[in-house]
Design a protein around this ligand. Structure first.
Ligand SMILES: *Cc1c(COP(=O)(O)O)cnc(C)c1O
Length: 220
């Protein structure tokens, strides 16, 4: 199937999920372009897609830095773990960083924002499944992180992001994330991928991050 066919099918599924959820406003589609070949990236741009998600800073620089000039309305989101030493590069390239999850990163991002005079939107990643190997603030520490740590560095996150455990139904994780975002009056709720975006829409995702369902399988 062509990219345009994939996009049309995905949009139809999003519309249907919104109807089922009785939602008037569809979520924003973040096209996850990591490890995708150039011809698919170009097809996405030709189809009018402008919001892309990437999980590695260097790979994103290589894919997008030169395209920024050609597509000034491009919006790039960092959705993969960020090493603090890459903070400056991330602030320079991304419009939104979905993965703020620790004090050290607050510090290095705040320094980079100050230095570069550029302020990407920030989302806090929440480890809703409290998985050892996964990044993200655990739910019981979110209050302290949002009301103490972030303001301490003059950072005001605009939303929450999560990746539910692979081996559990995602619904309860999405419900928890949406509830926490509401409690702190945060407008962005980034959740749902190719396998579970319809469930995420049902639970109030404002941003869904879809890779393989849109582009096809990626290089491993
Ligand atoms: C890769 C990735 C996605 C997209 O995954 P698909 O299953 O291909 O849709 C979404 N979110 C994050 C954080 C990712 O790393």
């Amino acid at each position: 199937m062509s990219f345009e066919d994939n996009l049309a099918e995905l949009e139809a599924r999003i519309t249907k999920a919104c109807e089922k959820a009785d939602r008037q406003t569809p979520p924003e589609l973040v096209a996850v372009s990591k490890r995708q070949p150039d011809d698919r990236i170009e097809a996405a741009l030709s189809a009018g897609v402008r919001v892309f998600g990437e999980n590695r800073v260097q790979e994103a620089q290589e894919r997008w830095a030169h395209r920024r000039l050609q597509y000034p309305d491009l919006k790039l989101r960092l959705i993969g773990p960020l090493q603090s030493k890459k903070s400056e590069d991330a602030v320079a390239l991304f419009d939104t960083i979905d993965v703020l999850d620790r004090e050290k990163l607050c510090k290095t991002l705040a320094d980079a924002i100050q230095k570069l005079g550029r302020s990407p939107e920030l989302l806090v990643q929440v480890n809703t499944g409290e998985e050892e190997q996964k990044s993200g603030v655990i739910p019981s520490e979110l209050d302290k992180f949002l009301t103490g740590t972030c303001p301490g560095y003059d950072l005001s996150p605009v939303g929450l992001m999560c990746i539910p455990p692979a081996d559990e139904p995602p619904g309860p994780h999405f419900a928890l994330l949406a509830k926490m975002a509401k409690r702190y009056d945060l407008p962005q709720v980034s959740m749902g991928m190719s396998g579970d975006f319809e469930t995420a829409i049902l639970f109030g995702a404002t941003h869904i991050r879809v890779g393989s369902a849109l582009f096809g399988d990626r290089d491993s």
